[in-house]
Ligand binder design. Structure first.
Ligand SMILES: C[S@@+](CC[C@H](N)C(=O)[O-])C[C@H]1O[C@@H](n2cnc3c(N)ncnc32)[C@H](O)[C@@H]1O
Length: 253
């Protein structure tokens, strides 16, 4: 990772840590509305560059740690942690399928992580995370569903929603032209092709095999900003194509 990438990563993570209005705005509002992490043991699985981990540490007096498999991301977490005197927060580079966890948590978060992991790997991850829940513990999963306008993760580049539905002969050359190394260990193209096309039906199948059930679901569309549609889950046809984010809470069956 060069100095420019380090600076870019740090600025991005710091925004997530300090500002409510980041790409995790809905996740933050959802947690604040429904859960109190104070005094709890929390795992931020796939913590990325650590902005959300440190946001949770700042908002709640909880015992939190972040885990990720990307060494560059964990590197940024550690820089951010030192900058904000958060030495008590642990950031770990660990693949839990190869090297399983050995402690239990009240809350486990996967914010914008599950759509990046192949189903054959996601199943053992959820099975293990379920076993690492304390009595009454929950797993929180958020992701942009594949039908939705931002599922391609390419909106900041193309500025046009639903890029995942463009014909490949239009999409691939455009993507090749704009391809760049990301702050983590991947480039834009490989990140796009590694997306698992996650939607609610697919998630339900994966978590069932892991012995988990859905306790709460919120499907967010921009229409929910209209006051009489606040809190209504518009996750049915044709509105499901407008869902920008699914927020789902899981419990052991
Ligand atoms: C889009 S980032 C989200 C980061 C962070 N949760 C956030 O919302 O800012 C997805 C993260 O999942 C991580 N990841 C992917 N597969 C993983 C795995 N098997 N174990 C742990 N982390 C993983 C990636 O390295 C990446 O940092």
């Amino acid at each position: 990772m060069n100095e420019a990438q380090k600076a870019e990563g740090l600025a991005y993570a710091e925004r997530n840590m300090l500002e409510e209005n980041s790409h995790l705005m809905l996740d933050k509002a959802f947690i604040e509305t429904h859960y109190d992490l104070t005094g709890k043991k929390v795992l931020d699985f796939g913590c990325g560059m650590g902005g959300m981990t440190l946001w949770m540490d700042t908002h709640y007096n909880c015992d939190i740690k972040g885990i990720d498999i990307d060494a560059n991301h964990i590197g940024i977490c550690k820089i951010l942690r030192e900058k904000h005197n958060k030495g008590h927060v642990e950031f770990i580079l660990q693949d839990i399928v190869q090297n399983p966890l050995d402690e239990k948590f009240d809350y486990i978060f996967l914010n914008d992580v599950a759509e990046h992991i192949q189903p054959s790997y996601l199943e053992p991850i959820f099975a293990q995370l379920k076993n690492q829940l304390k009595e009454g513990g929950v797993i929180f999963v958020s992701y942009p569903p594949w039908e939705g306008p931002y599922a391609s993760h390419l909106n900041s580049i193309f500025k046009i929603p639903w890029a995942q539905y463009w014909p490949e002969w239009i999409m691939i050359p455009k993507l090749k032209k704009r391809n760049r190394i990301l702050v983590g260990e991947k480039d834009l193209m490989s990140e796009y092709f590694e997306l698992n096309h996650l939607n609610h039906k697919m998630l339900k199948g994966i978590i069932k095999k892991a012995g988990l059930k859905i306790e709460r679901r919120m499907s967010h569309t921009k229409l929910n900003q209209i006051s009489f549609l606040k809190g209504i889950n518009l996750n049915f046809f044709p509105f499901k194509y407008l869902v920008t984010k699914e927020l789902v809470v899981l419990r052991a069956e």
